[in-house]
Design a protein. Sequence first.
Length: 242
Amino acid sequence: MTYRWIPDQHGAWAMLAVPFLAGTFLSPHPGWAHAALFAAWLLGYAAAFHGQQWLRLHARGLRAARRHGVPALVCGAAAGAFGLPLAVAHPRLPLAVAAALPFVAVNTGYAWRGRERALLNGLAAVVPACGMLVVAAGLGGLDPAAAWRPAAACLLYFAGTVPYVKTMIRERRSAAYRRGSAAYHAVALALATALSWCLAPVFAACLGRAVLLPGRGLRPGKVGAVELALSAALLTTLLLAF
């Protein structure tokens, strides 16, 4: 049996990495604890992905569910191996896990119903990912009160990628999705600029691509390349602005 260990949700990796890295390097004391937490974070995501896919396929009686069982268990155990010592040393970390559980439950419910592509499911995944900025920053000694603005900027950006990517692929023929995505990005530009004027260029670029690129027939690879560039620009801006 062939196991696919690395989840194929390519758009999720920037969402997992950018807030965490921003929180790490905005904190005054980045260190090895961040490396261990990052490993636990990525392995935990992989375990949740495979567990949800197992649940979705098993609920339909499909034998393909078996290829997700071993990766879910192994990734979960590895995440625990990295995460449990950190939880003992930093008692606030279990609180972060508890705060994320309702959103994981939402994602699991959508997976069980076979509706992972639903808009609300994507938005639910964004919240704990962006919350990791606050967690990583706190691990490095940054006051949570100083982390909320960059975390809010991440939330504004990554929440916008959910409807935007749909306008480029699955909902590319939906005028309503295009209008909704453009309207969201216009509001996000205003809110991000209120957080810091340094964010204006990145969010203006996001608005521009939400207005100009849908309907142009870009292949998924090119869509992903644009998002990768914007994610890198966001990370750089966060580190310079905050």
